[in-house]
Design a protein around this ligand. Structure first.
Ligand SMILES: Cc1cc2nc3c(=O)[nH]c(=O)nc-3n(C[C@H](O)[C@H](O)[C@H](O)COP(=O)(O)OP(=O)(O)OC[C@H]3O[C@@H](n4cnc5c(N)ncnc54)[C@H](O)[C@@H]3O)c2cc1C
Length: 386
């Protein structure tokens, strides 16, 4: 958390500056090492908390910076230029702090939000299950009333930060057959009896995302830890998912932007056949294609950010921004890596980490098929409409 001597929150320019310092002092130094699978949670979350990166959209009254969504996205882009996975880990924990403050300001927020904002504890959001990914209505984790509280049973997988989180927002079905209307959300502490972690072994480029799974066996959750009642949980996810789609799209643009910077610099100094690479028209055209595609992605992201900040409907705009930007990053990062020659595979560059991240981004927070379906809904023939 960053605040001045009187405890007042710091203006947005200062947040951007703190982010730049954090990137230079922590991400730039550690990202390659994390990309080889050597990730330590303390090296990411506590320094990020000190830099104010875990309280970006927490309201000022609760000690946060209360940034607009657009400004939060700019911060995430600065992080994702170096390490998309670390940026995802931080924003996922940050988002839980915002949820606790907004949904439970007098009960859960005093218990956990301060430590989440400082990076002393870490949280995550668990929807996906071994047998339910895109089809959320099919989740099988159950929450059954038990006295004043609830008993939770089930498994979650592919959850960012689950490998080491202290608290998990678990989405569970409270009523068989009720579909999404029966889903509620609970803040479950990892120290609860019956809570186990399940390892997910994945590509080390994603290590700083802390991907993991959890198994809940008769975990008791006090009524005070019900975060969203049945019915409200799904509405909240739908809003959150539009925001997540938009910042994932923005972070894909940031990865391509970083790659373009590296390629431009390298193209000036590397020579072949008596001239620098950027003197070759064919080489320059690859770079021009990437720069144009990036510009298109950024415009879609900017349109979605504006709608979110205005409080307007952003479902289609967020879906289109993510659809375009993830596939743009999948294509252009490969093309820009090629433009670097073998040099692009060196540890000092992020091309390989970013390529893996772009592919992961096309699944997280709504797979490409789900987004296409969302956009297609707008083009369906509606009887009576001209
Ligand atoms: C890096 C990463 C981080 C993640 N973090 C989280 C997290 O923090 N919390 C969380 O809850 N989940 C998380 N997820 C899970 C993510 O939300 C799911 O991967 C996503 O919902 C897709 O589910 P699935 O992987 O089970 O694929 P499936 O739903 O099994 O789909 C497999 C393939 O089929 C396609 N498909 C599915 N349905 C249709 C259809 N109707 N028509 C056509 N094609 C279809 C999909 O597009 C996909 O290509 C993460 C995933 C990744 C990769």
């Amino acid at each position: 958390m960053i605040s001045d001597a009187e405890g007042r929150p710091i203006p947005v320019d200062r947040v951007f500056k703190e982010t730049d310092h954090f990137v230079q002092r922590h991400l730039v130094l550690k990202a390659a090492q994390w990309g080889r699978g050597l990730f330590e949670r303390q090296a990411l979350f506590e320094p990020a908390g000190d830099a104010g990166l875990l309280s970006l959209q927490v309201p000022r009254a609760f000690g946060g910076s209360d940034l607009s969504f657009g400004d939060k996205v700019k911060v995430l882009q600065k992080l994702a230029r170096i390490d998309f996975s670390a940026a995802m880990a931080l924003v996922n924990s940050h988002n839980v702090a915002v949820q606790l403050v907004k949904s439970s300001p007098y009960v859960l927020s005093p218990l956990y939000a301060g430590d989440l904002m400082r990076g002393r504890i870490v949280a995550c959001t668990a929807l996906t299950e071994p047998n339910a990914g895109s089809d959320l209505g099919q989740i099988q984790t159950t929450a059954i009333r038990h006295g004043d509280g609830w008993i939770l049973n089930g498994s979650k997988t592919w959850i960012i930060n689950a490998a080491h989180a202290d608290g998990v927002v678990v989405y569970a079905q409270t009523q068989a057959g009720a579909g999404v209307k029966g889903i509620a959300a609970f803040f479950v502490r990892a120290e609860s009896l019956g809570f186990e972690r399940v390892a997910v072994s994945t590509n080390s480029a994603l290590t700083s995302m802390g991907i993991g799974g959890i198994r809940l066996t008769n975990v008791y959750c006090d009524a005070s830890h019900l975060l969203y009642e049945p019915g409200k949980a799904f509405v909240d996810i739908m809003g959150a998912i539009n925001r997540a789609r938009t910042y994932v799209a923005a972070m894909c643009c940031a990865m391509v932007s970083q790659a373009l910077t590296d390629v431009r610099v390298y193209g000036q100094k590397r020579t072949a056949f008596g001239q620098s690479l950027d003197q070759f028209q064919g080489w320059r055209w690859q770079v021009a294609q990437a720069a144009t595609a990036l510009q298109a992605g950024e415009l879609l992201v900017s349109a979605a950010c504006d709608l979110i900040d205005q409080g307007s409907e952003a479902q289609t705009a967020a879906a289109q921004a993510k659809l375009y930007s993830t596939s743009m990053a999948q294509t252009q990062l490969g093309s820009l890596l090629h433009a670097m020659g073998a040099e692009g595979f060196l540890d000092q560059y992020a091309f390989l980490r970013h390529l893996t991240a772009a592919h992961a981004a096309s699944l997280a927070d709504g797979s490409t098929a789900m987004l296409l379906e969302r956009v297609a809904q707008d083009f369906r023939f509606k009887p009576g409409a001209s």
